[in-house]
Write a protein that binds this ligand. Structure first.
Ligand SMILES: NC(=O)c1ccc[n+]([C@@H]2O[C@H](COP(=O)([O-])OP(=O)(O)OC[C@H]3O[C@@H](n4cnc5c(N)ncnc54)[C@H](O)[C@@H]3O)[C@@H](O)[C@H]2O)c1
Length: 254
């Protein structure tokens, strides 16, 4: 079950957090994993970890926001079976307090970055006879999150792109789904706390943990396990769906 043998998988942002856990999990299940990440040191580190465990992986230095750069990288890849659009950045602020340059940056990475990888990755997937695309959305796409205006905008777009791609490519044997996690404990969260709540990191960590009714944050491995299922042959009947993985955040928080 859940074998990815002989599959080529791209994981954007595979150098850290959720993307790293997905890359490690997919490689363990037999996939050759192509990590596309801005951060060379971290990306190469994950490749070494995979190879040391007997798996196959390659690192490709990539800014997903760069349309031409992304196209060049995908051109060099073999036929693809799996594409995980995971690279993303966070931002804090309301419609009034979000600066224009921050709104644009979140759009460039979280929205245009996904478009760039879809536009370059889908032809590669057609070459391989079809496959599975998985986008990292967020609970922010589904419910209002306080002070996350630009981030919510971007994840709402990821959710809508998921539906559009699922519909457009169903005849090409390409499935497309998204995952919407609540808070997951990754460097993304630690960086966010350090930047926005200096000196109050522990207190805020506990507050953020308690905002999931289950009483804690998710782990990257828990997200990776759902990603594995959705990208495997066992999920062959699933397309155009979003999966909240949220410790009860959406349905049990009232
Ligand atoms: N951690 C959470 O609580 C949480 C919750 C919901 C959704 N998500 C989503 O999951 C995804 C991964 O989050 P994470 O917590 O693992 O983040 P992370 O910060 O730990 O890792 C993100 C990775 O993406 C890379 N990256 C950032 N910008 C890039 C760019 N322009 N081009 C290429 N690579 C780039 C970083 O170098 C890093 O390796 C994001 O899309 C995020 O929005 C995270």
């Amino acid at each position: 079950m859940l074998s990815l043998k002989n599959k080529h998988a791209v994981v954007t942002g595979g150098g850290s957090g959720i993307g790293k856990a997905i890359a490690l999990t997919f490689a363990k299940q037999g996939a050759t994993v192509h990590i596309l990440d801005l951060n060379g040191e971290q990306g190469e580190g994950v490749v070494s970890e995979i190879k040391n465990a007997g798996g196959e992986a390659q690192f490709h230095a990539c800014n997903v926001a760069d349309h031409k750069g992304v196209a060049e990288i995908f051109k060099q890849l073999p036929a693809l079976h799996i594409l995980v659009n995971n690279a993303g950045i966070s931002n804090i602020g309301s419609a009034e307090t979000t600066k224009e340059e921050d709104f644009d940056k979140v759009y460039q990475v979280n929205v245009k970055g996904v478009y760039n990888c879809l536009a370059a990755g889908i032809p590669k997937m057609k070459e391989g006879g079809g496959g599975a695309i998985l986008n990292l959305a967020s609970i922010a796409a589904l419910v209002g999150l306080q002070d996350r205006f630009a981030y919510s905008m971007s994840k709402g777009a990821v959710y809508a792109m998921t539906l559009s791609v699922a519909k457009d490519y169903i005849k090409d044997n390409i499935r497309c789904n998204s995952i919407s996690p609540a808070r997951v404990h990754t460097p993304f969260v630690d960086g966010f706390l350090a930047k926005n709540y200096p000196g109050k990191e522990k207190e805020m960590y506990e507050k953020l943990s308690a905002s999931q009714p289950i009483g804690r944050m998710g782990t990257p491995e828990e997200i990776a396990n759902l990603a594995l299922f959705l990208c495997s042959g066992e999920a062959g009947f699933i397309t155009g769906s979003d999966y909240p993985i949220d410790g009860g955040f959406i349905k049990l928080n009232n």
